[in-house]
Ligand binder design. Structure first.
Ligand SMILES: CC(C)(COP(=O)(O)OP(=O)(O)OC[C@H]1O[C@@H](n2cnc3c(N)ncnc32)[C@H](O)[C@@H]1OP(=O)(O)O)[C@@H](O)C(=O)NCCC(=O)NCCS
Length: 153
């Protein structure tokens, strides 16, 4: 990411299991997923980044689910038609994750030892995503209020 670009969209990832047990919000946070609009001339291209910061929370499916949800949100709500992901060549977990989500290698930078993966939202791919993601949107503020109310009963 260059210093001149800024995140257009950030979601904080919470562990639903901990949340449902009543853990404080900050103790439920496990990472974040971001979209950056990388081309000022073309807002339909976005770079996606995922971070599951807590090593204990890795290998449980949070990364894949979060990327899937962000692709869904980007493709259906933001009108993104091309997603890119820049991944260090040694980061095989991440490469496999994006490959599972149909990303393919677009280019490789030997200077940064980093590959750029790409996913085009064609009609077929869009349908695949819609079939694979089942989203139910809820207001976070309301969920939080309900949880606090339940805790007092
Ligand atoms: C790369 C990264 C995002 C992966 O997140 P994650 O939550 O561990 O990813 P997932 O759990 O979805 O998948 C990781 C592995 O766990 C496996 N897995 C997922 N759920 C599982 C479960 N319930 N039981 C056993 N294994 C499981 C997946 O199959 C996958 O296996 P693989 O490595 O053999 O392909 C995370 O390691 C990370 O934040 N790394 C540092 C930042 C980074 O590299 N970001 C990518 C650049 S955009």
């Amino acid at each position: 990411m260059s210093p001149t670009t800024c995140p257009e969209c950030t979601f904080i990832i919470l562990d639903r299991g901990r949340w449902d047990q009543g853990c404080p919000e900050d103790q439920c946070m496990v990472g974040d997923v971001n979209l950056f609009m990388v081309d000022p001339e073309n807002p339909s291209i976005a770079e996606i980044e995922i971070m599951i910061a807590e090593p204990m929370s890795r290998g449980r499916g949070f990364g894949e689910e979060s990327v899937r949800l962000m692709l869904y949100y980007g493709a259906t709500t933001l009108g993104i038609s091309t997603f890119q992901a820049k991944i260090g060549e040694e980061n095989l977990t991440s490469v496999r994750l994006f490959n599972r989500l149909h990303f393919t290698e677009e280019s490789y930078s030997s200077v940064f030892q980093e590959m750029t993966l790409r996913w085009e939202v064609t009609e077929t791919e869009r349908q695949w995503l819609l079939d694979a993601v089942h989203v139910s949107a809820e207001s976070y503020r309301e969920m939080k209020q309900n949880r606090e109310t339940d805790a007092h009963h």
